[in-house]
Design a protein around this ligand. Sequence first.
Ligand code: ADP
Ligand code: MG
Length: 381
Amino acid sequence: MTKADLLIVDDSTTNLSLLSGILGENGYVVRTVESGYDALEVVFSKNKPDLIMMDVVLPDMSGYDVCEQIKADEATQHIPVVFISALDETADILRAFEAGGVDYVTKPVNRLEVVARIENQLTLLAQRRELEEHYRRELDRYEYVNQMRERFVHSATHDLKNPLHLISGYASLLLEVDGAEYDEVGHKYVNLILEGANKMKMLVADMLDLAQMSTGSYINPSRVALNGFIESCISNFSIMARQKSITLDFVRSPDAPAVFIDTARFERVMDNLISNAIKYTPNGGEVEISTAAAQGFVVIAVRDTGSGIPEDDIPHVFEAFYRVRKREHRDIDGTGLGLSIAKAIVEMHNGQLELESEQGVGSEFRIILPGWIQNQPKKKR
Ligand SMILES: Nc1ncnc2c1ncn2[C@@H]1O[C@H](COP(=O)(O)OP(=O)(O)O)[C@@H](O)[C@H]1O
Ligand SMILES: [Mg+2]
């Protein structure tokens, strides 16, 4: 925590300068006011203090009343109030706690004691904030997990059930036809069955992959020449690109960088990014994969001239099951899992997966991996 911002409320200017002196010396930011009214004005302003030290006897109202007003408002009730007073009767001290004070210091104040008490309250405050922050994060996480669970159920029911119905439907139709009719429609039914089965296969494979990632699996990295590895990943897509008349280019880094990666897992990342680029780019477009090396890291970029991703969807496409809700996206087969799997794998390698995209212009996905290992030519002895 940066040094705390304190408000001292006391109508005795001697006391004010004594206290602000002590606390200022200890590095606190100190503000001072001399009346209850002025104190409330500061407390209910935008720039609230972290802690208040307040005299019990003020010229316009009692410190207890001021404290009660602070404690009655949700926006200010968390601010600790430490009372300072010459009154040292038990009843006065009890009254201070009743009003919502957290501590009580009697005048004349002892420097060391004041600082120790303030420190103590600020530690408590910091701990409480930390707990609240922790609680908020847990709540966010809970909401996230719950949302995932809902999407998972939704996906399992719709995306798995639909092709399953297709498969069993066409299989029963197939059973009923024979002879000449079989020749006529049989082939078509078998194709539809196959299509349904393939959709299910893809979804089940992705769901299993994702489940494996989220249960924290390990990677098995080895040293690989980056350009050669990327080239082999790209070669799997030459047919798919040709079918859509898409040019598939590779711009290789001249530095011949090497990386330390789990090749089986990383192939999955490249497959996802390259297949997306081809899938979401209309016929005749371009997909360019490039590698670059800079001191300490490597960048692999997959750029396309495709449909692009609307700005509002960009923060979400890495979430599991998320697909852009647009016709030109929905008409293409997909599970919405590829990018979440890719991101998990890249992060397992301590890397980052970035996205830049403009609707109607195209997208660029960039993988940034730390630790470029230079492929030094072997020295001859
Ligand atoms: N290169 C791209 N161009 C346009 N949209 C993309 C691209 N890559 C991904 N998307 C969008 O992000 C969504 C999530 O991608 P992904 O997780 O790979 O799922 P899938 O490809 O199975 O639909 C896709 O459904 C699509 O809407
Ligand atoms: Mg995909």
